[in-house]
Design a protein around this ligand. Sequence first.
Ligand SMILES: [Zn+2]
Length: 454
Amino acid sequence: MATRFENGIVVTLGEKNRVLWNATVVTDGERVAAIGDSVEMKRRFPGAASVDCSGKIILPGFICTHHHFYSTMARGMGIPGEPASNFVEILERLWWKVDRALDEEDITLSAQLPLIDCIRNGTTTVIDHHASPSMRDGSLDLIENAVRQAGLRASLCYEVSDRNVTGGGIAENERFIKKVVKGFATGSASGAVPGDGQIAAMMGMHASFTLSDATIEQCVGIARDAGVGCHIHVAEDAADRHDSLAKYKLPTVNRLQKLGVTGEKSIFVHCVHIDDSEMDILAATHTSVVHNPESNMNNAVGVTPLLKLLKKGVLVGLGTDGMGSDMLVQMRCAYLLHRLANHDPRVAFLEAPQLLLKNNAEIARRQFGLRLGELAEGLPADLAILDYQPPTPLSEANFLGHLIFGLVDATVDTTVCKGKILMQGKQILSMDEARIAARSREIAPLMWQRLQAL
Ligand SMILES: [Zn+2]
């Protein structure tokens, strides 16, 4: 059924961004049927349902290209012993215990809650990276069910590493990829449509320093056969670079390229500690990088050479790394971080929005085969509708100023994905938020107890 989201300010984004006042987006099924003047849209689509968006701005739904749903239940948890003093200790004392402590119900709840958060923040597409070694097989199905229930789009993968068991997680990825990617079983998937447009799959891998050559080669073989990319943390901390240089006499990106991990569908997360030649490899192989500024600051690992990567033509997107699901906040964090890090108040005004609005859309296109992050007739009906009364004139010419200094603090009122209203008037419609959060509060302390015993 068609719906008119009417009387708002519509920002189309895309190659030729348009800002339309008193405008309407008409959706029909999973697609946008038309965009234009509200009076005209009412005349053309008189039978459509109507959602009043006056006092609001209508944007394409936001995209997060690196998330960890499973980190949810660590919130507020005490960690015994001395505080971790470096990145590897953070992994050993926190995350490599959190993932091992997760059981079946934890996985479902810890996906449902950030998915609700995504809806609350207008984030309609997510690329997630999951780990739960004690409940590994079938874990991606639990997350898929939560994503379908939420009504969002997600690309899922399981984090393969050799740290608990050699090649742990390969089978779970392969099983899930086979299920999701059409044609995989017959070996005809090269260039095939990756999934159904709602769920996509990647080959997940932890990081160079927890993976042997043999394990990486096995992962790459499966990913190649299926026509999917690899999703791996790269040189997040200097420890990953040092490990690669010491064991393999190669910088991290060089090692991964040699083993076939690079490529247009692959995502190299972080890339904080890489040199110029590694950047050239990323550019030449069209490998995407995902920048997670809040996470990098939280773990005190360093600053991704963002401006240099962009200058070299590397496609750099923006993720949260599990810190949250608000992409506008992440965008402003990137804007602030790179101004400070470069001691230059002229930079990042264009680049930070570019990561979120343009580059994330391109990374998502490579995963889902869809043109997301843009509103136009015939494109997917994914909308983020925010309360926003511009205090100054707003047009295409100054949209980024409004984005960085105004919209980042605006509240999302309505979220639409695949044409379905998932939140309206700030009420989540697709999930029972209070019940899910209450149950999570009940079982999180049990997860914390199991974790203390590890
Ligand atoms: Zn991560």
